[in-house]
Design a protein around this ligand. Structure first.
Ligand SMILES: C[S@@+](CC[C@H](N)C(=O)[O-])C[C@H]1O[C@@H](n2cnc3c(N)ncnc32)[C@H](O)[C@@H]1O
Length: 429
């Protein structure tokens, strides 16, 4: 990618999204991240990027500008999603659906502020699907603000990582903005073939540290087979483990109930576990299915269990990283909990790569359109016949390419510009 363009990454985390861009040849000039350990991870993997361990809210566009001078900018960023997510934070119990009422919800406005201050020519924004589906008016407000403050043409899609060769179902809202005149990058977005099941995704994964079940959970997990969850346990044990989350059905009167070990209607203790609900509790993954969303937590109970299909353990760091399509060599810093937080927070590298590729193709389409205009001007110039024979041959070649709708190479575009300058600046008499 053209080094004349600067890529600024906000809320960079471990660099999942950025890694996708790097794979497509972009260079990330600046990465800004609050968490010092995630910064260590980023630096270790991307030594040529200036990593700023800072709170985005305290940074101005001017400070960032000083680092990249007056290059045109692309901004990437996935602000924290807890306030838009359906998942509550295990630690503080807040998060789920609080939107702009939650301090973290304001981070998307910080994204808008920096876009306004830096005036990029392209942006990529990532967040949870819920932002689009459950916070429609906040999302609209955000898009309006972003559009007004940047003048960019915006579009968004909810994409699933499963379509980008990860072996994981992970739906994310991807919003892309480009300067008006640049074709819509989503028109060029292509799926990536790859693993569709856990087995395919985890083939030859290197060994690494993994999550151990708590002692009291280990016995229960032994009773749960591949692809199964809490609802296969004997009902009284299931109630004991699930507590207020327990969902039962009275065998006598068929009443469905929650958080009790007897029927609230007829008092019967002859109960069965309700099937098909809260299936992520005490769950083992299945080899023959894709993995559920890799998240930042690690317990066997609530908020998404990521237990190994057959072994007495949770997923390992490398397994989780593989499902997020991080290369096996990607380094993660911090203890196992800090590592899984960085991995679970990331945009799968493959999804990032597909977006980067689409963006690149839309830039190329625009550059081709500009080159065609230049070509037209060259051949319509009265001094055209005065060009060197080699130059005319080159022009004939690119005319052929343009007629058959082929794109131009970087060299061809450069040469066209040179010829145009030569002919226009009257260096030919
Ligand atoms: C969803 S994660 C981003 C993941 C990243 N895009 C990736 O693909 O790996 C959000 C990140 O924002 C960081 N963050 C939260 N508040 C921040 C702030 N005020 N300034 C800078 N970074 C912040 C978090 O530490 C977290 O790493």
């Amino acid at each position: 990618m053209n080094k004349k363009v600067a890529v600024v990454s906000l809320f960079s985390g471990a660099g999942g999204l950025d890694m996708g861009f790097i794979k497509e040849g972009f260079h990330i000039d600046v990465a800004i991240e609050l968490d010092s350990i995630a910064c260590e991870t980023y630096r270790a993997n991307h030594p040529n990027t200036t990593v700023i361990n800072y709170d985005v809210t305290t940074l101005t566009g001017e400070t960032i500008r000083e680092l990249i001078q007056n290059k045109p900018i692309i901004i990437l960023g996935g602000p924290p999603c807890q306030s838009w997510s359906i998942m509550k934070s295990e630690k503080d119990g807040i998060g789920g659906k609080r939107g702009f009422d939650d301090e973290r919800g304001h981070m998307i406005l910080e994204y808008v502020r920096l876009c306004q201050e830096l005036q990029p020519f392209a942006i990529v924004f990532e967040n949870v699907e819920n932002l689009v589906t459950e916070h429609e008016s906040s999302f609209k407000q955000f898009r309006n603000l972003l559009e007004k403050s940047t003048g960019l043409a915006l579009d968004y899609r909810v994409l699933n990582a499963l379509d980008f060769g990860t072996g994981q179902s992970r739906k994310r809202c991807i919003l892309v903005g480009v300067k008006r005149g640049i074709p819509n990058p989503f028109d060029f977005l292509q799926r990536i073939n790859g693993p569709k099941t856990l087995q395919e995704a985890l083939q030859n994964v290197p060994p690494s540290e993994f999550f151990r079940f708590k002692k009291e959970d280990a016995e229960v997990m032994e009773m749960i087979g591949e692809g199964q969850c809490w609802n296969v346990l004997p009902p009284q044990l299931a109630y004991q483990k699930m507590g207020k989350h327990y969902r039962g059905v009275c065998k006598k009167c068929k009443t469905k109930f929650q958080g009790r070990n007897s029927c609230p209607k007829c008092g019967s203790k002859d109960i069965a576990n309700q099937k098909g609900v809260l299936t992520s509790y005490y769950r083992r993954l299945s080899w023959n299915k894709y993995a559920p969303t890799i998240c930042t937590v690690r317990t066997t109970k609530a908020w998404g269990t990521l237990a190994h299909p057959t072994e007495q353990r949770g997923l390992s760091i490398r397994e989780a990283a593989r499902l997020q399509s991080f290369p096996d060599e990607y380094l993660f810093y911090g203890n196992i909990f800090e590592q899984i937080r960085q991995i679970g927070n990331a945009v799968p590298c493959n999804m990032g790569q597909a977006i980067a590729k689409a963006l690149k193709q839309s830039f190329e389409k625009m550059n081709d359109a500009l080159s065609k205009k230049i070509l037209k001007k060259i051949i319509n110039q009265p001094k055209y016949h005065k060009l060197l024979e080699s130059e005319k041959n080159f022009v004939r070649g690119v005319i052929k390419k343009a007629k058959s709708n082929q794109g131009f190479s970087v060299e061809e575009r450069k040469l066209l510009k040179e010829i145009y300058r030569k002919i226009e600046c009257s260096s030919i008499k």
